[in-house]
Design a protein around this ligand. Sequence first.
Ligand code: TPP
Ligand code: MG
Length: 337
Amino acid sequence: MAQVVPAEGDMRRVIGDGEAQPDGEVEGLTDQDLLELYRAMVLLRTYDERSVVYHRQGRIGTYAIFWGHEAMQAGSFHALDREDWIFPSYRESAIGLLRGMPPETVLAWWRGHPAGWWDPREYGVASIAVPIATHVPHAVGFAWGKKLRGENGCAIAYFGDGATSEGAFHEGANFAAVMRAPVVLFCNNNGWAISTPVSAQTRAATLAGKAAGYGMPGVRVDGGDVLAVFEATRAAVARARAGEGPTLIEAVTYRCAPHATADDPSAYIDAERVEAERANECLGRYERYLRRLGLLGDDLVESIGGEAKEAMRAGIAAAEALPEPDPDLVTRNAYAE
Ligand SMILES: Cc1ncc(C[n+]2csc(CCOP(=O)(O)OP(=O)(O)O)c2C)c(N)n1
Ligand SMILES: [Mg+2]
């Protein structure tokens, strides 16, 4: 189907380095698709970088940074149809933007304003899960429900490497396989669960390898390669739609930003590794690829970047213009009256 080059540890990769490592190609993607992927990554990157600034300015609360995770989010998103449901963790807080959710909604969520509680049905995007892995069984049950109702479409759950140590992940994965639920389990392996490295999380050689224990395929992909992520997710979605059940995707990156604005990683991170990873970050890698193809030049880079910045300026202004919330909302849906 696609020309995908296995890299280290059977990790799928498409984008080369412009030198010794040749570029691959993913069948079925038009030039317009390739640029749409770029636009999505720029929107996410801009959202993320502006959010860190807004946090420092006291305009949003604690924020989970996803700098360097954009290829995983945009690449997998591009493999979905509108009828497919997304179950994000806090790391994918802004993935709804790719479905047309306005930035002010997500910014309102990070401001603790009820305008940030979007209706999941409106976008096919479930609420952001902050508890680790608890949304995996939700996504699996939702997908199984779709199957029982004879509906098309699947669900995708995003979670981290640390989540694979949680009971909810195992329960969800097992149930998904047994029920052949049309679900994609997308693990963002960024190397860290706050300060706990993957090496202290598991003795397994890879997280994708865990899939064997549930009887589902496990795929390992370079999480910094948006095209490889797309291709792997497209295959998993096709499997789900064909009634063949779930797939576990392990997308491998290295977290090169703090866990969140409340974290100081200098106490535990390898600064040299971070520097090397930042030099090879996903958006720059994809931009260079598109330039090699002749699809992207300075003008387009500037106009796409400008649009994203403008969307964020408007988004924070709209979020700040929201009326003060009613304090009663804190308990309104928590207690019976
Ligand atoms: C059930 C639960 N336990 C503990 C926490 C505290 N906590 C917040 S983030 C985090 C690390 C999660 O790491 P990982 O799953 O790798 O996701 P990442 O943040 O790297 O995307 C932990 C333990 C939590 N939110 N929920
Ligand atoms: Mg992690």
